[in-house]
Design a protein around this ligand. Structure first.
Ligand code: SF4
Length: 450
């Protein structure tokens, strides 16, 4: 069995899901299943069975009775145990009104019936043009509305160090690049977190290159202080770490860990990441998940040498691995890297990938990425219209952010830009922001957006 099958499949052929009332109950239950060697996997709770970005335990029907007994004996608090047939039905009748090919209609019918799309279906959708392109975007928008509603999710990233020990071929902060380097100390990071808390941001993303200056203790100290004072959600995006560290991060309350696969094609992955092995990256996705942290992943569209089959495989990886937050953006060349003269990924192809990912993965967070906002001035709005529901603010201090350019000409998406994209996409801002404070800061935001 290849490592990918070993880590994804888990020998679950007739899946059921168990939804617990809290993360701690879910982890307690998973721990017992692991000790008893019962095949299981953590996945985003499907639409209709729990909130977006919560986690369910997937298992095989053959273990149903054992699991019921375990739940009863250990007094595990659950919402319920359900067969994993996608019960939630989408009404896509308005899509059929268009003049579409039979193959396209067959795929739409599969989506309506909750049947998983095949790689061949996805490749077909990736080739969609004109009417079929418009219908694909419309379908994704219907699924998005049903799954996650009209409000966007707003998160904020503090890029606290651009030191990196690796040399990824596409990355502007790779160690061989002569960019000016910086590190933020704990106090400066917490000062930024305080500003974000005041505007009402609920989840902060702490992002850096692979920089071991930030030891486990340093990271844990920052995490503890954010949790104690602000009780905010925390996403770490600091590269591959040790499995013991993932467990410690989880214990201190880290909610999400962003570690992109970038491409699920082993050969392409190892070509663009000279310091990394594909199987290791997959293993780290699994270790993070098993530590009880939700995994964020995603990839780049338009990488040199990437085919439509590769892209279809990238989308299926996100689904089969049960990824909670999936960021697909265009490949953008960065100055001073081996890929600086390569062509950027295309807007339309990236939008198709966002749309298909929403259709295939459904009940997850999909960012309208900074990369798509950097490729085209309307990229973020168009991604929101194609199934995306999340915007990430760049909240690195202004004097440092120019040095965190993974790709060149990065759009420094700020609150004004996010408000504009949300308005242009006909969507609403999140309820949880502190709008009085935001208006006092001078932001122009009409009540209909709130
Ligand atoms: S992509 Fe990440 S790991 Fe690779 S060089 Fe850039 S910052 Fe470092």
């Amino acid at each position: 069995m290849s490592i990918i099958n070993k880590f994804i499949k888990n020998n679950i052929n007739d899946p059921y899901i168990l939804v617990c009332t809290s993360k701690s109950q879910m982890l307690f239950c998973k721990d017992i299943l692991d000790k008893k060697d019962i095949d299981n996997d953590l996945i985003p709770t499907p639409k209709g069975f729990g909130g977006v970005c919560t986690t369910a335990i997937k298992f095989d029907k053959r273990d149903l009775q054992d699991i019921k007994n375990i739940v009863r004996y250990n007094k595990i608090k659950t919402e319920g145990i359900y067969p994993f047939s996608k019960k939630y039905k989408y009404n896509l009748k308005e899509i059929y009104n268009d003049n579409l090919s039979q193959k396209f209609i067959d795929i739409i019918k599969k989506i309506e019936a909750g049947v998983d799309l095949s790689k061949e279906d996805i490749v077909y959708l990736l080739k969609a043009k004109d009417k079929e392109y418009n219908s694909l975007i419309k379908t994704a928008d219907i699924v998005r509305k049903e799954c996650v509603g009209d409000r966007i999710e707003l998160r904020a990233a503090i890029e606290f160090s651009n030191y990196c020990k690796k040399d990824c071929n596409y990355c502007g902060v790779r160690k061989s690049n002569t960019t000016s380097r910086y590190r933020m100390e704990e106090k400066a990071i917490l000062k930024k977190v305080d500003e974000l808390y005041k505007i009402g941001i609920k989840t902060v993303i702490l992002q850096s290159g692979e920089d071991l200056y930030y030891t486990t203790e340093k990271i844990l100290s920052i995490v503890r202080k954010i949790k104690e004072k602000y009780r905010m959600g925390i996403t770490l995006s600091i590269g591959e770490r040790d499995h013991k560290e993932y467990k410690l991060f989880s214990k201190e309350g880290v909610d999400n860990y962003l570690l992109k696969i970038e491409t699920a094609n082993k050969e392409l992955f190892e070509r663009i990441h000279p310091d990394d092995k594909y199987d290791e990256r997959v293993k780290h996705h699994r270790l993070i998940k098993e530590a009880g942290i939700r995994v964020g992943s995603g990839g780049m569209i338009g990488l040199p040498g990437q085919t439509l089959e590769n892209i279809a495989q990238d989308i299926l990886f996100q689904r089969d691995f049960g990824i909670h937050m999936i960021g697909f953006g265009p490949f953008l060349p960065a100055k001073g890297t081996p890929y600086e003269r390569e062509k950027s990924g295309e807007l339309e192809m990236t939008l198709k990938v966002v749309a298909i990912t929403r259709i295939v993965c459904q009940h997850v967070f999909l960012p309208a990425t900074t990369a798509i906002a950097s490729l085209h001035p309307e990229g973020q709005t168009l991604a929101l219209k194609a199934g995306a529901n999340t915007i990430m603010l760049i909240s690195t201090p202004p004097n440092l952010r120019e040095n965190y350019e993974i790709y060149s000409n990065k759009n420094m998406v700020d609150l004004s830009f996010a408000i504009e994209s949300t308005r242009d996409a006909g969507r609403k801002m999140p309820k949880y922001l502190n709008y009085d404070y935001i208006k006092d800061m001078g932001y122009d935001i009409e009540d209909s957006l709130i």
